[in-house]
Ligand binder design. Structure first.
Ligand code: FES
Ligand code: FES
Length: 213
């Protein structure tokens, strides 16, 4: 048979049963498996708890429960709640005081938890969105947000609700304009402002200002 002019017979090294090629393929497969599996298993060194040399004792009372923590003194209240207490209802948006997603209540007043350090709040009463409902019943502001579609994606909602709870106690629900003004520190990227104002008005009528937090 006459072979076409472009045909080149394979080298011996390219043959599938070549021992050197087989060992190369096996070695590569083993290396790839090690790369994939080792992060899943974790090494002993990685799983050992990390000791923060800067940590100091901090006692936080959140939603009625006292927590004894050891924190780097530079830890924000927001990071203490989310990273150390697993209270992830409080959201991190801008992390620089511009959006209000991280709003919590401290002794009844609203704070941007990304702008304050956890160590500054030992002995104070901190309330997050997880602590507003009581005895299996939603806080009047939570119920009003649901009834009035005061949210779309919901990311800003915990901060909006905490802020609204404080707004009612401050007595700033006298008109739509007043509510908009005193809620202006809470940004909603979905633009659910109409529903939020209606929710605050309804909660004001339903005794939201007197509900315990
Ligand atoms: S995350 Fe705190 S104000 Fe935006
Ligand atoms: S509901 Fe989506 S950001 Fe407010």
């Amino acid at each position: 048979m006459t072979l076409p002019p472009c045909y080149t017979p394979p080298d011996d090294d390219d043959q599938p049963d070549d021992p050197s090629r087989r060992s190369f393929v096996l070695g590569s497969a083993a290396a790839a498996a090690a790369i994939v599996v080792s992060p899943m298993l974790g090494s002993t060194a990685e799983s050992a708890p990390k000791v923060d040399p800067n940590a100091i004792p901090v006692a936080l009372t959140v939603n009625g429960t006292r927590h004894e923590l050891r924190l780097d003194p530079r830890t924000t209240l927001l990071d203490a709640l989310r990273e150390h207490l697993d209270l992830t209802g409080t959201k991190k948006g801008c992390d620089q005081g511009a959006c209000g997603a991280c709003t919590v209540l401290i002794d009844g007043r609203r704070y941007n938890s990304c702008l304050t350090l956890a160590v500054m709040h030992g002995g104070q009463k901190i309330t997050t969105i997880e602590g507003l409902a009581a005895d299996g019943r939603l806080h009047p502001v939570q119920a009003a947000f649901i009834r009035n579609d005061g949210f779309q994606c919901g990311y800003c909602t915990p901060g909006q609700i905490c802020s609204a709870v404080a707004l009612l106690k401050e007595g700033h629900a006298g008109s739509d304009d007043e509510i908009r003004e005193w809620m202006s520190g809470n940004i909603c990227r979905c633009g659910a402002y109409g529903g939020i104002v209606e929710a605050v008005k309804e909660a004001a009528k339903n005794g939201g200002a007197n509900a315990s937090v």
